[in-house]
Design a protein around this ligand. Structure first.
Ligand code: UD1
Length: 362
């Protein structure tokens, strides 16, 4: 039996197409949700909209410090692994649940497959970079989403026989659901006209946990908001920091976190996206929508090299100048990175299936 794990919002759209493909081929899969994200808006809505089955096991770990959260996932997932003894554990992305489950499985000598392996920001102050590095180094199967990932793994001495360049599973979800997302016309609900508004997301601790930086970002976003209406679906972590800051964000419109389809529809028709997210850099590239990434680095370089992404940093002057440049340019020059073709999950399950067949014959 395979065991596939999700924990936090960005895992859901990567794992959904893989889980559905496993199901389609009748491969037994124990589906575990760690509960790192637990709000209806951060979790349940994604299961419904992505057509994912209900998890077989919900660990309900919730929030905490990195150590607490990782430790809680590990303890709970160890029980799952000792009880069910899966042949392979599949984890995705770079959240704390990813590393915690990979570590448990590896120590129980259960092989780990990592979806979205090889990405590196080379910034070890990011918790996600630590999660990516460690998960990759204890995985037996590494599914990469872009060529730079293959190169990074080679440079780190990871055996090439373990690495499978399959493309981007998150783009499988995007392609499957784009029409449904657009048909909801979510922009109307916010009185926005297609192609003439900006979408903002911010949740990285390095940015939102520092009141000085958050306030600088508020100022620059309010300034950009003078020339283009900005809608900001706000992550619970950021919501708390914004409340503590206690300042006005007018004219930026702050709203609760959105479900997958409404966010995808809004992103597809945005004039510009301003974000510190990893996945949104990829989704905007797939959609050909200009994206200003409010970070100094990216672990997803193809979005900058061939896509629509531009690194704007976290300094207000840099952000303003990138936003102006993107607002002043025309869309449509970007390319779609290799193998972001909506078929990555088929390639993933092909590899898993032949790996299982080989493992069973010893
Ligand atoms: C996590 C991931 C990050 C990913 C992000 C997407 C790690 C280290 N970080 O960050 O890579 O980009 O998810 O959202 O795993 N909270 C709620 N309700 C929820 C979930 C969280 O209110 O359903 C609040 C809690 O106050 C919690 C805080 O958000 O303490 C942070 O949640 P956490 O899971 O620790 O990290 P994220 O910032 O969401």
């Amino acid at each position: 039996m395979i065991c596939s794990v999700v924990g936090a919002r960005p895992n859901f759209m990567k794992m959904a197409p893989v889980i559905l493909e496993l199901q389609r081929r009748g491969l037994p899969n124990l589906f575990v949700h760690t509960g790192q994200h637990y709000d209806a808006a951060m979790s349940t809505v994604f299961f419904d909209e992505l057509g994912m089955p209900k998890p077989d096991i919900y660990l309900g770990v919730g929030s905490g410090s990195h150590a607490e959260q990782t430790a809680c996932v590990m303890t709970a997932f160890e029980d799952v692994c000792t009880k069910h003894v899966p042949e392979l554990v599949i984890v995705a992305g770079d959240v704390n649940s990813t590393l915690a489950c990979a570590l448990v499985a590896a120590k129980l000598h259960i092989p780990v497959a990592h979806l979205e392996a090889g990405l590196r920001s080379f910034d070890r102050t990011m918790p996600e970079e630590i999660n990516r590095l460690l998960t990759d180094h204890i995985s037996e199967i590494l599914f990469t989403s872009e060529q730079q990932g293959n190169l990074n793994l080679r440079n780190e001495g990871i055996g090439q026989e373990k690495v499978f360049f399959v493309g981007n599973c998150m783009i499988d979800s995007l392609r499957t659901h784009l029409d449904a997302a657009l048909s909801r016309t979510p922009w109307i609900h916010y009185q926005l006209a297609p192609g003439s508004y900006g979408l903002v997301t911010l949740h990285r601790p390095a940015v939102v946990d520092d009141p000085v930086k958050l306030d600088q970002l508020r100022e620059v976003l309010c300034e950009i908001g003078q020339s283009v209406p900005l809608l900001f679906p706000i992550h619970p972590r950021t919501r708390k920091k914004v409340a503590t800051l206690g300042k006005s964000w007018n004219p930026v419109k702050l709203v609760d976190p959105l479900g997958y389809l409404d966010f995808l529809g809004l992103m597809a028709k945005a004039r510009i996206v301003l974000t510190d997210s990893g996945g949104i850099q990829e989704e905007t590239t797939a959609l050909g929508v200009p994206c200003a990434t409010l970070r100094d680095n990216t672990e997803r370089p193809s979005t900058v090299q061939v896509g629509t992404n531009k690194l704007a940093g976290t300094n207000p002057i840099g952000i303003l100048s990138v936003a102006r440049e993107l607002l002043g340019s025309r869309n449509g020059v970007a390319q779609i990175p290799e193998l972001w073709d909506g078929k990555a999950s088929i390639r993933v399950v092909d590899v898993v299936q032949s790996w299982l067949a080989k493992a069973s014959t010893g």
